[in-house]
Design a protein around this ligand. Structure first.
Ligand code: DGL
Length: 297
């Protein structure tokens, strides 16, 4: 297991570091809209790059798939995206996938992959009470990878692993203009907040990229204030370690990317006007639907 010691990112081997010479194409991939929280940070870090945001919404949510189904599906979709869009680097902006499929992706494709894994170490470093929670999909909570992170970096903490069955779907609904009631969100996060032996949770790892989309509501609905640990800035830093920093650009520089970012959906069913507007507000006005067959051809 290779894990960034500073944050919740999964290391690619140093040998994959690219020469910083030309404007790179960066693929940001998730099962749905959660990867947008990572996309924004990576765009901020490399505004000169060409971006493809890909959502495998035909199969969302990944949290309910078996491990074998998930490996097969992500490999298939990645095969399509790499052939079609030719990225220089791919960010798997999904904990549910990263905690399982990175070895298979790295064995099959030659480009560097940056993964997103639960930020247990930063949470343990931040915690004073030594009581932290990891809020994630059922898939991520069940992974050996997640359990190994807890053992390696939070051995002296009380760690509550909380599998949320609905929070990722709630985040998608909110972005599509269908607000979710406070009580429903509060019920999903409630198990994170433990108080035992005079110690109560003081840090919660947002171990699903969808959850930061709900952050203002999580903060408001928390029974007491905690540090919410979002790995997106660390992922952006890892991307610039691999690709190099953005060339220094003036505000009207001709080096700013001429290619507008493209959002690729494998299903596209949920693309209502409110969601299209939300995507446009995040710089993703160009949307294409590229179905990926269940069986490779
Ligand atoms: N955004 C994904 C993650 O970080 C998961 C959502 C899903 O279940 O598909 O784990």
């Amino acid at each position: 297991m290779r894990v960034d010691l500073l944050a919740g990112t999964h290391y690619a081997p140093a040998a994959m570091i690219l020469p910083p010479a030309r404007r790179p194409t960066i693929l940001i991939f998730d099962s749905g809209l959660g990867g947008l929280t990572v996309f924004s940070e990576v765009v901020r870090a490399r505004p000169d790059a060409r971006f493809i945001y890909a959502a495998d919404d035909a199969v969302f949510p990944y949290g309910r798939l078996s491990e074998a189904e998930l490996v097969a599906r992500v490999t298939l979709v990645m095969d399509h995206l790499i052939r079609r869009h030719g990225p220089d680097l791919a960010v798997i902006a999904c904990n549910t996938a990263s905690t399982l499929v990175l070895p298979a992706l790295r064995a099959r494709f030659s480009l560097p992959f940056v993964g997103t894994v639960p930020a247990v170490k930063p949470a343990a470093e931040r915690s004073r009470s030594r009581a932290i929670a990891v809020l994630a999909t059922p898939g991520t909570v069940a992974r050996d990878y997640t359990r190994d992170l807890v053992k390696a970096y939070a051995g002296d903490c009380r760690v509550t692993l909380v599998a949320s069955h609905r929070l990722a779907t709630f985040a998608e609904a909110e972005l599509a203009g269908a607000p979710v009631e406070d009580a429903a969100i509060a019920a999903e996060i409630a198990p994170c907040f433990t108080e035992e032996g005079g110690r109560r949770t003081d840090a919660v790892v947002l171990a699903c990229t969808h959850y930061p989309l709900l952050r203002p509501r999580l903060e408001r609905l928390a029974p007491w204030p905690v540090a919410w640990i979002d790995p997106a800035p660390a992922i952006a830093r890892r991307v610039t370690q691999l690709l190099g920093p953005a060339p220094s650009l003036g505000p009207a520089s001709s080096e700013t990317s001429l290619d507008a970012p493209v959002a690729v959906f494998t299903g596209g069913k949920g693309l209502c006007p409110v969601l299209r507007q939300a995507l446009a507000n995040r710089g993703l006005a160009q949307i294409v639907v590229e179905p990926v067959a269940a069986v490779p051809n």
